[in-house]
Design a protein. Structure first.
Length: 115
Protein backbone atom coordinates (compact mmCIF):
# COMPACT_ATOMS: atom_id res chain seq x y z
CA UNK A 1 0.00 0.00 0.00
CA UNK A 2 1.35 3.40 -0.86
CA UNK A 3 2.28 5.84 1.87
CA UNK A 4 -0.33 8.41 0.78
CA UNK A 5 -3.25 6.12 1.61
CA UNK A 6 -4.60 5.52 5.07
CA UNK A 7 -4.02 2.07 6.55
CA UNK A 8 -7.29 0.90 8.05
CA UNK A 9 -7.28 -1.79 10.67
CA UNK A 10 -9.66 -4.77 10.27
CA UNK A 11 -10.01 -5.06 14.04
CA UNK A 12 -11.86 -1.73 13.96
CA UNK A 13 -14.47 -3.38 11.75
CA UNK A 14 -13.27 -1.41 8.72
CA UNK A 15 -11.59 -3.38 5.93
CA UNK A 16 -8.13 -2.75 4.52
CA UNK A 17 -8.03 -1.13 1.09
CA UNK A 18 -5.40 -2.40 -1.33
CA UNK A 19 -4.30 -0.87 -4.62
CA UNK A 20 -5.24 -3.08 -7.54
CA UNK A 21 -5.25 -0.75 -10.56
CA UNK A 22 -4.80 2.77 -11.83
CA UNK A 23 -7.72 4.88 -12.98
CA UNK A 24 -6.38 5.17 -16.55
CA UNK A 25 -6.59 1.35 -16.86
CA UNK A 26 -10.41 1.50 -16.73
CA UNK A 27 -11.74 4.01 -19.28
CA UNK A 28 -15.33 5.23 -18.86
CA UNK A 29 -17.81 2.61 -20.06
CA UNK A 30 -15.43 -0.32 -19.68
CA UNK A 31 -14.47 -3.09 -17.28
CA UNK A 32 -11.51 -5.34 -16.61
CA UNK A 33 -10.44 -8.27 -14.48
CA UNK A 34 -7.89 -7.90 -11.67
CA UNK A 35 -6.56 -10.07 -8.83
CA UNK A 36 -6.74 -8.73 -5.27
CA UNK A 37 -5.85 -10.70 -2.14
CA UNK A 38 -6.23 -13.95 -4.11
CA UNK A 39 -9.69 -13.03 -5.43
CA UNK A 40 -10.79 -12.27 -8.98
CA UNK A 41 -12.30 -8.78 -8.97
CA UNK A 42 -14.04 -7.07 -11.88
CA UNK A 43 -13.65 -3.29 -11.98
CA UNK A 44 -15.97 -1.08 -14.01
CA UNK A 45 -16.01 2.63 -14.79
CA UNK A 46 -19.62 3.88 -14.94
CA UNK A 47 -19.57 7.58 -15.75
CA UNK A 48 -16.41 8.13 -13.72
CA UNK A 49 -17.65 6.04 -10.78
CA UNK A 50 -15.50 2.94 -10.20
CA UNK A 51 -17.39 -0.18 -9.14
CA UNK A 52 -15.90 -3.47 -7.96
CA UNK A 53 -17.71 -6.81 -7.98
CA UNK A 54 -16.73 -10.47 -7.75
CA UNK A 55 -15.62 -11.46 -11.23
CA UNK A 56 -17.15 -14.94 -11.48
CA UNK A 57 -20.71 -15.32 -12.75
CA UNK A 58 -22.58 -17.67 -10.37
CA UNK A 59 -24.37 -19.38 -13.28
CA UNK A 60 -21.56 -20.66 -15.48
CA UNK A 61 -18.35 -19.21 -14.04
CA UNK A 62 -17.78 -16.66 -16.80
CA UNK A 63 -15.59 -13.61 -16.21
CA UNK A 64 -17.81 -10.56 -15.66
CA UNK A 65 -14.77 -8.31 -16.11
CA UNK A 66 -14.60 -9.60 -19.69
CA UNK A 67 -18.34 -8.99 -20.24
CA UNK A 68 -19.95 -6.18 -22.21
CA UNK A 69 -20.84 -3.12 -20.12
CA UNK A 70 -23.94 -1.16 -21.15
CA UNK A 71 -24.50 1.74 -18.75
CA UNK A 72 -24.32 0.08 -15.36
CA UNK A 73 -25.26 -3.41 -16.61
CA UNK A 74 -22.63 -6.02 -17.46
CA UNK A 75 -23.52 -9.10 -19.50
CA UNK A 76 -21.71 -12.35 -18.74
CA UNK A 77 -19.88 -13.47 -21.89
CA UNK A 78 -20.73 -17.16 -21.30
CA UNK A 79 -24.54 -17.32 -21.08
CA UNK A 80 -25.70 -13.70 -21.11
CA UNK A 81 -26.74 -13.23 -17.48
CA UNK A 82 -26.91 -9.53 -16.61
CA UNK A 83 -25.73 -7.82 -13.41
CA UNK A 84 -25.93 -4.27 -12.11
CA UNK A 85 -22.27 -3.43 -11.39
CA UNK A 86 -23.29 -0.77 -8.83
CA UNK A 87 -25.16 -3.27 -6.62
CA UNK A 88 -24.00 -6.73 -7.72
CA UNK A 89 -27.67 -7.70 -8.11
CA UNK A 90 -29.18 -9.47 -11.07
CA UNK A 91 -30.29 -6.80 -13.55
CA UNK A 92 -33.75 -5.39 -12.90
CA UNK A 93 -34.06 -7.02 -9.46
CA UNK A 94 -32.93 -6.50 -5.91
CA UNK A 95 -31.91 -10.16 -5.75
CA UNK A 96 -28.31 -10.89 -4.81
CA UNK A 97 -26.09 -11.81 -7.72
CA UNK A 98 -22.39 -11.35 -6.90
CA UNK A 99 -20.42 -9.71 -4.10
CA UNK A 100 -19.61 -6.02 -4.29
CA UNK A 101 -16.49 -4.46 -2.79
CA UNK A 102 -15.90 -0.96 -1.38
CA UNK A 103 -13.76 1.23 -3.67
CA UNK A 104 -11.73 4.40 -3.15
CA UNK A 105 -9.75 6.34 -5.74
CA UNK A 106 -6.73 8.16 -4.31
CA UNK A 107 -4.32 10.07 -6.55
CA UNK A 108 -5.39 8.03 -9.59
CA UNK A 109 -4.99 4.72 -7.76
CA UNK A 110 -7.97 2.38 -7.42
CA UNK A 111 -8.12 0.89 -3.94
CA UNK A 112 -10.49 -1.99 -3.15
CA UNK A 113 -11.39 -3.73 0.12
CA UNK A 114 -11.93 -7.41 -0.68
CA UNK A 115 -11.87 -8.98 2.77
Amino acid sequence: MSSDTEQISPENGVPDFIEIARLEQIPDGSGALFKAAGKDVALFNVGGNICAIADTCPHAGGSLGMGKLDGKIVTCPVHGMKFDVTTGCFSGTSDFGVATYPVKVVDGKILVAVE
